[in-house]
Design a protein around this ligand. Structure first.
Ligand SMILES: Cc1cc2nc3c(=O)[nH]c(=O)nc-3n(C[C@H](O)[C@H](O)[C@H](O)COP(=O)(O)OP(=O)(O)OC[C@H]3O[C@@H](n4cnc5c(N)ncnc54)[C@H](O)[C@@H]3O)c2cc1C
Ligand code: FES
Length: 281
């Protein structure tokens, strides 16, 4: 019988420092390991433990998988001590990612905060592979300081993509920073109240626009409020939910929110799915 918990041996092929505490690792699994944008995997550092992460690489690239990881504790810190050629275990993918078929012909707003842009990168790269299918892709990203911005080398490339814009903000003013300052919701200031459909000049149509949001819980909370105020429909706001997880596949109950299992019903959930909870984030 197949052991659903068995990790696939995966060799570290590349390590790239994105910011003082965030690193992107490229793994080469010894067996095929495919995933959809927004799904997550469980990564084991041998002898240390296991933790859930959403890949940051293009889901259409199947021989390797990249994961962008912030050093916060036992597993993530042990990873920072590993070298190219070392082996980890990866099992999955698990959960529900983005239903990209629903995005066809729409304006897509991507809202990331901190390391939250990492899971969104796999979605962005999948959107870029088929950019003509979408009306517009607007990437809006906030980091604490300029140093903390991830994918610094990729953001200018993304900006050059057809139908795509990239807007950045940092929390506090910093030397040599001429861009926006303020928490990530300041990047929504330019969006007018979207109460009318198809009015010329509006960057998004409330009727159709989709928002995909990933970041710390406090950011999800305030971006959710702002997007609803702007007229986005709850069923068109997708949040990447994070919870303490163990099994990753709906068996242990660690990740439960009411009757929902974040690992199985999420981690990507719409504002409509979580609307009944007082504090879902
Ligand atoms: C579905 C899902 C996808 C995720 N994707 C990513 C990803 O792409 N990249 C990524 O870096 N992380 C991601 N995370 C978070 C990641 O799982 C945790 O950071 C990781 O489990 C921490 O493990 P650890 O053993 O290093 O820390 P632990 O030793 O378990 O924790 C140490 C300390 O860090 C705190 N801590 C735990 N998680 C975080 C956090 N996220 N931020 C700040 N403090 C924290 C804990 O409260 C504790 O005090 C994801 C989580 C989920 C559920
Ligand atoms: S992590 Fe075990 S049920 Fe979700």
């Amino acid at each position: 019988m197949k052991n659903i918990y068995r990790p696939i041996e995966s060799v570290i092929e590349d390590i790239k420092q994105e910011s003082p505490n965030i690193t992107t690792y490229r793994f080469r699994p010894k067996e095929p390991l495919t995933f959809g944008a927004g799904q997550f995997v469980e990564l084991t550092v041998p002898g240390i433990g296991e933790a859930p992460f959403t890949p940051s690489s293009n889901p259409n690239v199947t021989e390797t998988m990249e994961i962008t990881i912030m050093d916060v504790g036992t597993v993530t810190h042990a990873l920072t001590k590993m070298k190219v050629g070392d082996t980890v275990g990866i099992r999955g993918p698990y959960g529900n990612g983005y239903n990209m078929a629903d995005f066809d012909g729409k304006e897509i707003l991507i809202m990331g905060g901190g390391v939250g842009l990492a899971p969104l990168r796999s979605l962005i790269l999948a959107l870029f592979d088929d950019i003509d299918r979408y009306k517009k892709v607007s990437i809006r990203y906030g980091a604490r300081t300029p140093e903390d911005i991830v994918f610094k080398d990729l953001l200018p490339e993304w900006e050059k993509m057809k139908n795509t814009e990239v807007l950045l903000t940092i929390d506090e003013p910093a030397e040599n920073w001429t861009g926006k300052v303020g928490v990530v919701t300041v990047l929504l200031d330019d969006l007018p109240l979207l109460t009318t459909v198809g009015v010329e000049g509006l960057p998004f149509s409330a009727e159709t626009a989709v928002a995909c949001v990933c970041g710390p819980p406090i950011m999800l909370k305030f971006v959710n409020i702002a997007l609803l105020e702007k007229g986005f429909k709850p069923e068109n706001i997708y949040h990447s939910m994070e919870r303490n997880m163990s099994c990753g596949l709906g068996k242990c109950g660690h990740c439960m929110m009411g009757e929902l299992y974040i690992c199985k019903d999420g981690p990507v959930m719409t504002a409509a799915q979580i609307a009944a909870f007082e504090d879902p984030f």
